[in-house]
Structures are given as C-alpha cells and as structure tokens.
Design a protein around this ligand. Structure first.
Ligand code: XMP
Length: 519
C-alpha cells in the first residue's frame, strides 16, 4: 500500500468473526489499517510503527490457560490503544485489573448509560444519555487497572466502556464495529482521528492504484483466467485485473445450471456488451447436476460445486493455452467464514465455494484482489472503476447458486420450480420499488410437502420460503419488513403460477443467529 507507516492503525486480531469490520470502519474514517494475528503482532508493530492500535474481540477467555495476548511492547510505546470486547479484557488483565468468567453473559442488543465524558464519545455521546450497542460476551472486567475510570455501563457490564486519559487507552465491552451499534462507526472514527490524530484522507482511488500495482507485481507476464459469475464481485475483480494486465486475462463463465432465471443469458450479453474482455461461456449443467444427485449435506454440496468449478476452470485454462493464475472475486466475508485459526483465528461456519472447496491439487495460483473488502466497498470500487449500475447494484448471489437454496437433494425439476418462484418474487420487489432497499432477496424451495386445497381439489406440494434481508456487509443482517399486502400478493402469485408449490412462508430470522443463505 502507498500509505506511510506513521498514518497506520494496527488491528491485532484475536479471532473475532468481525475483525475485518474494524478494518473497514477505520477505512471509512479515511485511515489506512493493517490486521495482524496476535501471534504476529509484535513484528507488525515494529514494522508499521502505527499511530494507533485496536485489539479485536475473540472467542478465547483471558481467564483460561495461556490466553492469546498482545505483545507487551505496545503498552509502553505511547500509542493510543482501543480494546474491543476480548481486547478490553486482555487490556485489563495485562495492565493489572481482573476479569471474571460471566455466569450469564450478554448477547445481542443492549443499552449503555454514559456515566462520564470520554474522548471516544466526543461530539457523540454525553453524560446521562442511553445508547444502543451490540454485545456478545461471557467474561467481563471485574476490577479496573490503575489509571482507568469507567465511562459507561450496562445492566450486565459495569465497565461497558473504560478510559485511561493519560495513556490514551480505551476499552469497550460492546462491539462498535457492527452496524447494530448505530454510533459505532463514529466511535471508531473518533478513535482514529480525534484520539490518534490522523487526518483521514485515505480513499478508494488509492486502494485501486495500490491493487493494480500489486496485481502486476504478482502476475508478472503470466496468464490469468477469471471466473465470471455475473455478480458484482467477479465483475469488479475482472475489470480491475483487466486494467492491471490487459489481455493477459481471459474470463470464463461456468454455467452450472444453478443460476437464476435468465441470468446466464444476461451475464453473457451484458459482459460482452460492456467490456472488451475475452469471455468463454461453458455450459456445464449436466456435469453439476449429475454430481449433485442425491447429495443432501450442505457442506458436501458446497465442496462438490467448488471442486467441480476448479475442474472446469482447469480444463478451460488448458484450452486457452494454459494459465498460471486463477482470479476470483472472493470477498472478506467469504474468507472469514471459511478459515479457522491459523490464518486469522475464527471458527468455520460455511465453506464458501470460492475458498473452502479448492482442492489441494489445484495447480493455478490465486489472484483475489477483493479479499479484504466487504460488499459495499466492492460496489464503491466498482463505481470507482466506472462499472455500469446494472452490475454494481445487483443483489449478491452465492457461488453455489440455487443448490444451497434447495435444502436436501437437488435436481433440475426443483431448480426449475425455484427459478419460477424466485423470478416472481424479484419481479414484485422491483415493481414495488424495493429492490435497492434490500441487500438480498430470494426464494428457497423446502423439502417439505404440505396439504393444500385449490379449486375443489386437494394438493400435496412443496413449501417455498421467501427471504429478504437488509445488511451493509453480509456479516450481520436484519429481515426486511415487507407489509402484509406485499407478502400475500407474492404468495398468491407463486401458488397460482408455479406448479409444485402450494404454500409460501416468510423467513423472519436475523443474522446472527441465522445465516443469510439457508445452507
Ligand atoms: P451467509 O449465508 O453466510 O451469506 O450469511 C453471507 C453472504 O455471502 C453469500 N454467500 C456466498 N457467496 N460464495 C459466494 O460467493 C459462497 O459460497 C457463498 N455462500 C454465501 C450470501 O449470498 C450472502 O450474501
């Protein structure tokens, strides 16, 4: 990256699912940041000479045996430090306070009372006010280290926010990085700008320039093959890589037969219409559906699809005369939910097909220029690159496609039923002018049959579930609150127009605890 060392904030990762959210909040504040796992933090600290440090949350307990802790050197360097959740507990423990194992914990929405002034709250929160925050912790700080004072509390956490003004150390038990702490982004911006004194002039244009240089350095004179799905991620990745290396790039669109209605045609025509990048269109529906026959386990589906994608890519790479690199539009949420401890320590939730399904024998190196970005940042980068709105504004669509929206075994007949229901749902959403207000909306075909009555006859058909969520990054999500008239209009149309579905339900689960996709 182009930023000079002294303008950097170092984020030390203790394995939180949302560490990258901290990084993006810092980016949003216009400040460059780097993340280092706790066990590489000492080296990163000396190399970067950061102007501020943030300690992430994490699944460990500082009360446990040999807990992960930040390097001692950070406490005496005169650099401001913000500890979040586990990071606050680690801070308390290392500086001489005590932490206790909570007997109940706090999970989800909570309200904090501001009890004192604090530089983190500048221009935002005042003494005596109550504000919504997002909590997710079992342990809590019990006694403060010398020099600290409490500045906010909740019913479950007397030290919900703490401050040592002299050393400029701050700790929060809640998660300011998630959107469910509505003022959280501003708190992090306060830390970066007000406490650390950084200017906040880092932009997406710099990200683009830095990435282009990085891609050129990585690829050299090599050939790159890029998987194009029609979604925003692969389109942005392709355009960025094309800008970097021109016709060393060939794009391949693998149609796995698990796309939405009309999507494959749209991808080919839009891509060819808008860009001058060579595109190979492979129809692999039979290969994918035959391989998926009888497979019911979600991880098995994901792994099969991921592996088969790579097989097809390898074949195509050979046909275009060989490629040294495979480019993918992998985003940070795909990475974080797929890796476990070693790279950046967090628990595997799903094997996203761009990452977890890659077979070890794959003999192309990966180019993944969007790996540290979130969806909305990719959209911003897309706009920065001049991509048309039709790509940039599209709802996300997962790599494994409809296969993970058909719980149980997948076949062509089910895909066709789901495609029809999904198209009706999306058409109604567009007609109601709601498409852009929703992060993602789709239908799910359940392997559950129920009895219905149509005309004078009994029906015994499948249930279709509708999902629509709002989100800014896919890491957390809330359900979209359609009005009842809208939902009943969609339900009526689906039951009337789609043979094979006789009941429609609406999924009311936020993320967490649900995920956005059903598998
Ligand atoms: P979940 O279901 O994990 O989804 O809450 C978060 C976001 O990621 C998308 N998703 C995927 N995207 N490959 C992708 O490219 C995948 O394997 C994959 N699985 C889920 C999902 O649609 C949502 O936007």
């Amino acid at each position: 990256m182009t930023q000079s060392a002294q303008d950097t904030i170092l984020i030390i990762d203790f394995g939180s699912q949302v560490t990258q959210l901290i990084a993006r909040r810092v980016r949003e504040a216009g400040v460059y940041s780097e993340i280092a796992p706790f066990n590489a933090a000492e080296e990163a600290f000396h190399r970067l000479k950061p102007r501020g440090i943030i300690l992430s949350g994490g699944p460990s307990s500082v009360v446990g045996i040999d807990p992960p802790l930040p390097p001692d050197a950070i406490w005496t360097a005169g650099v401001p430090i913000l500890g979040i959740c586990y990071g606050q507990q680690a801070m308390a423990k290392q500086l001489g306070g005590t932490v206790e194992v909570g007997d109940s914990g706090e999970f989800g929405r909570a309200f904090i009372e501001i009890s004192d002034r604090c530089a983190l709250f500048a221009g935002l929160w005042r003494e005596g006010e109550t504000h919504q925050v997002w909590m997710s912790h079992g342990d809590k700080v019990q006694a403060l280290p010398a020099g600290f004072r409490p500045v906010a509390q909740t019913a479950g956490a007397p030290f919900a926010a703490i401050a040592d003004d002299e050393r400029r150390f701050f700790g929060v038990q809640f998660h300011p990085e998630v959107v469910h702490t509505p003022d959280g982004a501003q708190l992090i911006a306060n830390f970066a700008r007000h406490v650390c004194g950084l200017k906040g002039d880092w932009t997406m244009a710099e990200f683009r320039a830095a990435k282009i240089a990085e891609i050129r350095a990585q690829v050299g004179k090599g050939r790159v093959i890029c998987g194009l799905s029609g979604g925003v991620d692969s389109a942005v990745a392709a355009v960025l890589i094309h800008e970097a290396i021109g016709d060393q790039l060939t794009c391949v669109f693998v149609d796995h037969g698990l796309m939405r209605k009309g999507e494959a045609e749209q991808v080919v025509s839009l891509f060819k219409g808008h860009y001058n990048i060579p595109l190979v269109h492979v129809n692999a529906e039979t290969l994918f559906l035959n391989g998926l026959a009888g497979v019911t386990d979600p991880e098995a589906k994901r792994k099969f699809i991921g592996k088969t994608f790579i097989d097809v890519f390898e074949d195509e790479a050979k046909k275009v005369g060989g490629a040294d690199f495979l480019a993918q539009g992998t985003l940070y949420p795909d990475v974080i939910e797929s890796v476990s401890f070693t790279g950046g320590p967090s628990v595997t939730i799903k094997s996203h097909h761009n990452v977890g399904g890659l077979p070890a024998r794959m003999n192309m190196k990966l180019v993944e220029p969007l790996r540290e970005l979130f969806k909305d940042e990719v959209r911003e980068l897309g706009r920065e690159l001049g991509l048309p709105d039709i790509f940039v504004g599209r709802h996300p669509f997962p790599g494994p496609g409809l296969a993970i929206r058909i719980p149980g075994a997948v076949d062509k007949a089910k895909c066709d039923i789901l495609r029809k229901a999904d198209a009706i749902y999306l058409e109604e959403i567009r007609n109601a002018g709601l498409y852009d207000a929703i992060w993602q909306a789709f239908a799910v075909l359940l392997p559950v049959k129920t009895v219905g009555v149509m005309g004078d006859g009994r029906t015994y058909d499948n249930v279709c579930a509708l999902r629509a969520v709002t989100s800014t990054d896919g890491m957390t999500a809330d359900i979209f609150p359609f009005d009842a008239a809208f939902l009943s209009r969609v339900a009526t149309r689906i039951v009337n127009e789609v043979a094979g579905i006789n009941r429609v339900v609406y999924d009311y689960t936020s993320k967490p605890p649900g995920t956005i996709e059903w598998e």
